[in-house]
Design a binder for this molecule. Sequence first.
Ligand code: ARG
Ligand code: ZN
Length: 852
Amino acid sequence: MKDASPTAPQKIYLSDYQVPNYLIDEVHLTFQLAPEATRVRSRITFRPNPDATSADFFLYGEQLTLISAQIDGAPVTPTHVNGGLTCDVPSAPFVWEAEVEISPATNTALEGLYMSNGMYCTQCEAEGFRKITYYPDRPDVMAVFTVRIESDLPVLLSNGNPVTSGDGFAEWHDPWPKPAYLFALVGGDLIAHPDRFTTKSGKDVELNIYVRPGDEGKCAFGMEALKKSMTWDEEVYGREYDLDIFNIVAVDDFNMGAMENKGLNIFNSSCVLASPETSTDMNFERIEAIIAHEYFHNWTGNRITCRDWFQLCLKEGLTVYRDAQFTADMRSEPVKRIEDVIALRARQFREDNGPLAHPVRPDSFVEINNFYTATVYEKGAELIGILKTLVGDADYYKALDLYFDRHDGDAATIEDWLQVFEDVTGRDLSQFKRWYEQAGTPRLSVDEAFADGTYTLTFSQSTPATPGQDHKDPRVIPIAVGLLGADGNEVVPTTVLEMTEATQSFAFDGLSAKPVPSILRGFSAPVILERDSDNAERAFLLAHDTDPFNKWEAGRALARAGLVEMVLNNAAPDGDYLDAVLQVLRNDDLDPAFRALTLALPSQDDLAQTLVDLGHTPDPTAIYQALETLKMAMATHMQDVLPRIYAQYQVNEAYQPDAEQSGARSLANAALALISRTDGGAAAQAQYDSADNMTQQLAALGCLIMAGKGDAATAEFYDQWKEDRLVIDKWFALQISHAAPERAAEVAADLTQHVDFTMKNPNRFRATLGALAMSPAGFHRADGAGYALLADWLIQLDPLNPQTTARMCSAFETWKRYDSDRQALIAAQLDRILATPDLSRDTTEMVSRIRA
Ligand code: ARG
Ligand code: ZN
C-alpha cells in the first residue's frame, strides 16, 4: 500500500522542529501473532505537553487496518490523514485504545513487524513503529512499555524484563522510558545460547543469544564479545547494564547490520554468527565490533536518545567512536586506525565528494533511512576523536560523565552534547560546531620553510562546495605533527597543532638542520592532506616514521604515486617502491598485520578519485591494468622472500580469531596472493585442499580464481557449503569480485539466475549486485552492461524493499568522475529508475540527489 498522493515527497527541516503536543506515561501492547493477520491492541496514557503550542492530536500509522479506537473507554471515529490519523481529544490526560491488524508475512520491506524464515521480528528504527500501531512515532516521545505476546511459538521476546509467561503467551515490562524506535518483538522456534554476567555493582544479568536450530554452534564468540563489551564499558566509561536480562537474536533477513532495541538487540545473522569453519578473521573482528556497538548504545542511544532524527550522529558517531576504542583495546590500536581510515576514505570521502554529500548533522531530509550514512556514522565518530584531541583525555571523560549525569533519560541534541564540553573545559566550541554543519572534506595544503634553526609549517585549509552549501568557513583542525632528523631519529615528538585560521603558520625552533615532517599523525582529523613531497621523503618516512599510521600512509602515498604514473604515462612499476615494500616485508620486527596492510595497494576507487583530484578523467580499465601489472612486478621482485614469509606466518596452532593469529594469516595470505601470480596456483590449491578454516579456504579460492584455476574449487566449495547461507553469500560475492572485469557483469547476471539467488534476502542481494557495484572495472564496463544490470535489479527490488534499494543506489554516486560516454550511460539508467511507476520515496530521493 503506497501513499495515493501524487505530490512530490515532502522535505523535513531541522529548523521546523516543534515539541510534541502530547506526552505519554505508559504504553500497553498486546500482540496476537498470525502471519497475515496479527492483531495489535494498544492502550496509551496521553497527557497534553505543557510546552506545546498546539493541541492537535496526530498519530502516525502506515499500512495498518484500524479495527477499533476508544478514548477513555468510549468508541471514537478518528479521521485518516496522509501517514496517520487525527482525532478530537480531551484537554486533560486521557487513555487511547486501538486495535489494528497487520500482515507480517507479506512485509517484504523488513520494516515494522515482519517474518524471516518462520520467525517474527521487528525493525523500528527510524520510523518503523508506525507500521505496528498508531503512535507518536518520534524519538522525543518516551514511554514505559508493557508488552503481552500471544502465540504458540516457544520463544516470545520483547524489551525489558520478563514478567510472566505461560502456555501461548509471554509478558515483558521495560521500566526505562524509551522512544518507539527502540521497541522490539521476536517470536519463533529459537534456541538460546545462555550465559550470565555480574555487573561491577553486583547485579546478576542473564544473557542469551537466540538463533535458529542448527546455528547453536556459532554463538560462543558473540557471547564472549558481549561480556567483554560489558566489562569494557564499566571500566572505560563507568557504564553498567541496567536490566535483569540482555537478549540478542540473529535474523537472516535484515536490512542493516544490527539494532540496539532496549534489552533485545536484533542482529543480521551475518553480524553475530561465527565459527572458524564458516567465518573469516575479518568477520570475527567485525562481529566483535558490532556486538560492542549495539551494547554500547544502551547508554549512548537508549538511556540518552536523540531529540529528532537530525541528531542521529549524537548516538551513532559517539557509539562508533566507542566501538573503535574497544576494538583498539581488544586488538591493535594502529591496525584498527589504519583499517578505519581506509574505510573512511573509501566510503565517507567518496560520499563527501559527490552529489550525496551532507553535513554530519543534516538540516533536511525526505526519508531518514537514507541518512544512515558513512558521514553520519564514520565522520560523526571522527568528530568525537577531534573533540577528544582538542580537550585532552581527562576532560573528555569528565565531559562524558557530565553528559550521562545531566542527560540520562533525555532526548538530546548536538547542542546539549557540545554544552557539556564547554561547561567542563570553559572552551568556546562554536568553531568546532562547523564540523557538524558543513559538508565536504577539507583540503589541507602545506608549505615548509627552514632558516636559522627554525622550521616553519604553513597550512591552508579549504573545503570545496557541496550540494546546497557553496561557502565554507575555516574549521578548527588538530594537526598532529612530529619531526624526524636526517638519520631517521625523531627530533620533535608528536605535537598537536591547533589550526583555526584559513592559513596559519607554526614554528619549531632550535633545530640544527631541516627536519623531515610527519604530518597528520594518527590521521588526527578527517582531511585530505595535499603535500608536494617526493618519493625519497615518502620512502624515508616508510622506513623511519615512529607513528605507525604515518609509516603506513607513506607507503600508500608511494604506491599511489607510482600507480598514477603507470596509468597516465604508461610508466613501469616504480623500483624504489618495490624496494621499500620489500624492506617492510622482510622486517620481522614489524607487526605482521601492519606488513600485510603495507603490502596491500590502494583500491581502484581510491585511484580513480586520486586521478580526478589531479585533474584527469579516470579510465577504470587502465586503473585495473596498472594494479595488475604492479602486483605482478611485486610478485617477481619479492620472489625470493615470499615463500619464506608464506611458510613462517602460516599459523599451525589451533585456530583463534585473535589479533595475533589473524595478523599472521593476513600476511601469509597476502604472500599467497603474490605467489599465485607466478606459480600457476599450485600453492593456493594446496592451501585450499588443506584449509580447516574459512580465512584460509576463502583466500585460497580467491587466488585460484585469479589464476584462472578456480573452476573445480568453486564447484567443490558450493557442494561443501550449500546448506550454509552465510558462506554461500561469500561464494556469490567472491566469484564476482574476482572475475575478470570484462566478465564480471555476466558472472553476476548468471548468478542472479542461480537457484540460491533471491532478492528477498538483503545479504544475498548485496552479495550479488553489491559485489558487482564494488568492482569498479567490471561495473564501469564501457558498454554499460554493469549499469544496466544493476538498474534492472534495483527496479525489481524497489517495490519489495525500498530501504535496501535506495542504499544500493549509491553505486552510482561517483558517476560525474567518468568520461561523457559513461556519464550518458549512467544518466540513462538513473532516468530509467526515476521513471519507474510508484517508485518508493526512499529510492526517488536517492536517485534524484545523485542525478542532480
Ligand atoms: N541504530 C542501528 C545501529 O547503528 C542501525 C539502524 C539502522 N536503521 C535504519 N533504518 N537505517 O546500530
Ligand atoms: Zn549504531
